[in-house]
Design a protein around this ligand. Structure first.
Ligand code: ADP
Ligand code: ZN
Length: 291
């Protein structure tokens, strides 16, 4: 199954991608994770990307397209993949189509996660990621059982450096102007599925399931070694047509409103920081099980 997840930062793509990897036994391919790995390894690419990411801007297309081309070609992606955070603009979408066309692996479905700006900001300011296993938590909606420690593996939890208010606002506006147009791009191809992304994780997963119900991976014609005598080839089967395409909601709230939402969040965030002083974006000093 070849799936693409699009949605504003904080819309829950990463969380649902993890569910989809288990359901379909396919890898999650996240350009954000690949870039963060390069930053952590302090490669030349990572050093270049860090400043761009911390500013909330998009890393140049040739870099991320190159990463995706290389990653999709690996054997574990043979049966499909969940793309999370790529493509992020039309040029990337066109490049992806080109890569997949050549490989005979067309996209089966694009899920667009739709959620209002206020919720996005709350999700991002509260987001915590396990440094060891990548599990996601949220201070507001899904706190870890022990502060700063991962429930899954005991590893230390880290607040992402680009999950601060200024960068969040920039990322949301980049999403509106550059990524949102992908909605029409995929709608025209008849493969867009809108998913309401408010509510808790289990509710959103339910909607993801129902959006994908009945979906079968597209078959691409594979040239037989010997021409079949009379039996028609599998590729002659009619393709399943998907009709579950709904109108995308209008854009996120106008920037003016976003600002005031961000202002409220600052108050909320400060209050929470008072209670939980560790969540400040710095590496935790508390010893977790493994560290
Ligand atoms: P989020 O969706 O929450 O913003 P990601 O982990 O997907 O988080 O991305 C973090 C940052 O990595 C982005 O703000 C951007 O700088 C960079 N990035 C990730 N994917 C892409 C991409 N496809 N094109 C350009 N930059 C990207
Ligand atoms: Zn963990």
């Amino acid at each position: 199954m070849k799936l693409v997840l699009i949605g504003a930062p904080g819309s829950g793509k990463g969380t649902q991608a993890k569910y989809l990897t288990e359901k379909y036994h396919i890898p999650q391919i996240s350009t954000g994770d690949l870039l963060r790995a390069a930053v952590a390894a302090q490669t030349p690419l990572g050093r270049q990307a860090k400043a761009i990411m911390d500013a909330g801007q998009l890393v140049p297309n040739d870099i991320v397209i190159g990463m995706i081309r290389e990653r999709i070609a690996r054997p574990d992606a043979d049966q499909g993949f969940v793309l999370d955070g790529f493509p992020r603009n039309i040029a990337q979408a066109v490049a992806l189509d080109d890569i997949l066309d050549k490989m005979g692996k067309p996209i089966d479905a694009v899920l667009q996660f739709d959620v209002d700006a206020e919720m996005l900001i709350q999700r991002m300011t509260g987001r915590l990621t396990c440094l060891a296993c990548g599990a996601l938590f949220n201070l507001f909606t899904q706190p870890p059982a022990v502060d700063d420690c991962c429930d899954e593996c005991g590893g230390p939890l880290r607040h992402r450096s680009d999950d601060n208010e200024e960068t969040i606002e920039r990322r949301l506006s980049v999403f509106e102007t550059l990524t949102q147009p992908l909605s029409d791009y995929y709608k025209q191809k008849g493969i867009l599925h809108m998913v309401e992304a408010h509510g808790d994780i289990a509710e959103v997963t339910k909607r993801v399931k129902s959006a994908l119900r009945g979906l079968r991976p597209k078959r691409t014609p594979v040239k037989p070694m010997i021409e079949p005598v009379t039996t028609p080839s599998k590729s002659a089967k009619p393709e399943i047509k998907h009709t579950r395409v709904s109108e995308p909601k209008p854009k996120l709230r106008p920037r003016k409103k976003l600002k005031s939402i961000t202002g409220n969040t600052r108050v909320k965030k400060l209050e929470i920081e008072k209670e939980l002083p560790k969540v400040t974006g710095k590496k935790t000093t508390r010893a977790c099980l493994l560290y």
